[in-house]
Design a protein around this ligand. Structure first.
Ligand SMILES: Cc1ncc(C[n+]2csc(CCOP(=O)(O)OP(=O)(O)O)c2C)c(N)n1
Ligand SMILES: [Mg+2]
Length: 539
């Protein structure tokens, strides 16, 4: 008779899970025993739980499959909070499996090992569901429900907690009969005709694409819709790559000023597809969107910063397919729009040339772009050069730029890139992270070495929490406690058995990246810079 732990492993396998990221602990060792016995699921042994969950997140974003992270009761669970918060804001289907003390003791304050009152409370607001197994009869049903919930509709993280004593208990026949929730079923989509009519009457429609459109079935529809309408497409950072940025209708990041702001101002209908239209980069920067039609998986992001005139809620690929059918004939205004778009593109190019002349950051980005093929992943942290990438790194494929915009955490990019590389071993992957962010999880160099996960990591070293120093200078004309005392990053890489090198110019970075990609190994490329300005205030 198999135990609950064996059942969980079996259900994960059935669901197609082939990799897990985690750390064994006192309460979850029965689960690890089940994994050892089965051994068909690869386990990546991590050095810290936040990083394990970032890896699962990177894996999920790159593969569009479930990313699974394992922790254990109390502190191990708590370490996952920031990474699950990020996955939540970025709609990434991460399943975290954790434990609790013995079922009969939960919430009673006996002082059991790792005991924490209301452990799941930490996750209730940052997951699609926090599911708790307190009886062996619930194991199968809740495990299936957790997987289904993470992947269905708008994907997102799910918390699954199993009391430690249940893991070794045999599953009863009754338990076996339980099955997970079925599909909730497709909701009827209202507002479709109104939306189609609004778009077809528009003089200049605009498409805005966000993370909710990061779905393999959505891409083709977005291209078709844009082409049928001859409409410009803007994306948020998380939507970058949904349309190739060298497509004649793609204009990149919506946040930018100049020509992009002019395009937005002259469009009279905005079709927003799967975007939060975050306060931080849309509302606060004074973007105005006309006659907004919001297409999304659910109501979570609707009417937050910009009121929607029409809301189309449900399965986004199906809604877009219906819109493509309803707007199949090229608009009578297509020629006029295309002439305008060509003009705007010319002006945007001229604008970009000026930015290129003024900022060395653009040269670094060109080197990075030149080192990566179209199908590749640049995984960026919240670091100065990362912000420049959000604005100016041309992204040509789905997953071409992976960023931590769900929570704007630092310390994401190195671990997330490990997850991306694990999901797509053949794909060139590059992590870009600051000296501050890198030391949140540099110990995962050991994980890379153990599991032979090799890719280059650019550590932008300005010896500072640079953007904080920049903000301090602006607000108080002073910098306080945002300078950093750093290790020798090259020596640090070597200490783990990784390769390391130091660069201080775009040409040196170019040479280092060529060498690193050719070797297929793990490289820490320390890029020495001084304080730089982020692109937000000017561009
Ligand atoms: C977990 C977390 N702690 C603190 C912050 C606030 N924060 C945002 S950027 C930043 C500095 C990052 O420094 P570094 O990684 O060196 O990048 P730089 O700004 O120097 O380019 C900090 C501390 C955050 N976003 N996330
Ligand atoms: Mg820094």
């Amino acid at each position: 008779m198999s135990s609950s732990a064996d059942e969980i492993v079996g259900i994960l396998k059935e669901a197609g899970v082939d990799v897990l990221f985690g750390i064994p602990s006192v309460h979850n060792i029965r689960l690890y025993e089940a994994l050892r016995k089965d051994s068909s699921i690869r386990h990546i042994l991590c050095r810290q739980e936040t990083m394990a969950a970032h890896m699962a997140d990177g894996y999920a974003r790159a593969s569009h499959r479930l990313g699974v992270a394992i922790s254990s009761t109390g502190p191990g669970t708590g370490y996952m909070v920031p990474a699950i918060h990020e996955a939540w804001g970025s709609c990434s289907p991460v399943l975290m499996i954790t434990t609790n003390i013995k079922a009969e003791k939960v919430g009673r304050g006996f002082g059991a090992l790792h005991e924490l009152q209301d452990q799941d409370a930490m996750f209730r607001h940052i997951t699609k569901a926090a599911l708790i197994v307190r009886s062996e009869d619930e194991v199968r049903a809740l495990t299936r429900e957790a997987i289904h919930t993470a992947l269905s509709g708008r994907p997102g993280p799910v918390y699954l907690e199993v009391s430690t004593d249940l893991l070794g208990r045999p599953i009863t026949d009754e338990g076996r009969e339980n099955s997970g929730k079925g599909d909730a079923g497709e909701e009827g989509v209202s507002g479709l005709e109104e939306a189609i009519s609004l778009v077809s009457r528009a003089k200049r429609p605009l498409l805005v694409v966000g993370s909710g459109a990061r779905h393999p079935e959505v891409i083709a529809h977005i291209n078709t819709l844009a082409e049928n309408l001859a409409a410009p497409v803007l994306t948020t950072v998380s939507g970058k790559g949904v349309i190739a940025e060298d497509h004649p209708l793609a204009f990149g990041n919506i946040t930018r000023k100049g020509v992009i702001r002019e395009i937005i101002a002259s469009c009279d209908v905005t079709l927003v597809i799967g975007s939060r239209l975050r306060e931080v980069d849309a509302k606060r920067r004074g973007i105005g969107l006309s006659h907004l039609i919001h297409v999304d998986w659910d109501a979570q992001w609707v009417d937050k910063n910009f009121p929607a005139e029409v809301v189309l809620m449900g399965n986004v690929p199906s809604i877009l397919e219906a819109m493509c059918r309803g707007l199949a004939a090229p608009s009578a205004l297509s020629d006029e729009r295309l002439t305008w778009i060509k003009e705007m593109r010319k002006r945007l190019e001229a604008e970009l040339n000026k930015v290129r002349e003024a900022h060395v950051e653009m040269q670094y980005l060109e080197v990075i772009r030149g080192s990566l093929p179209r199908e590749s992943s640049l995984v960026i942290d919240n670091t100065q050069l990362g912000y420049w990438a959000e604005y100016f790194y041309p992204t040509y494929s789905q997953g071409g730029l992976v960023a931590a915009k769900g929570s704007a955490t630092i310390g994401f990019a190195f671990a997330a890139a490990m997850g991306v590389k694990t999901a797509c071993p053949e794909k060139p992957v590059l992590a870009l992270i600051g000296d501050g962010g890198f030391l949140y999880g540099a110990q995962e160099l050991a994980t890379c070495m153990r599991h032979e996960i090799g890719f280059p990591v650019i550590v932008v070293n300005d010896n500072a929490y640079g953007v904080i120093a920049y903000l301090q200078r602006g607000a108080y004309e002073n910098v306080y406690e945002s300078d950093l005392t750093n290790p020798d990053f090259v020596a640090l890489a070597h200490a783990y058995g990784a390769e390391g090198t130091r660069v201080d110019s775009p040409s040196a970075l170019d040479a280092a990246l060529k060498k690193a990609f050719a070797s297929k190994g793990l490289w820490v490329i320390e890029m020495v810079t001084s304080y730089v300005e982020p692109p937000f205030p000017r561009y």
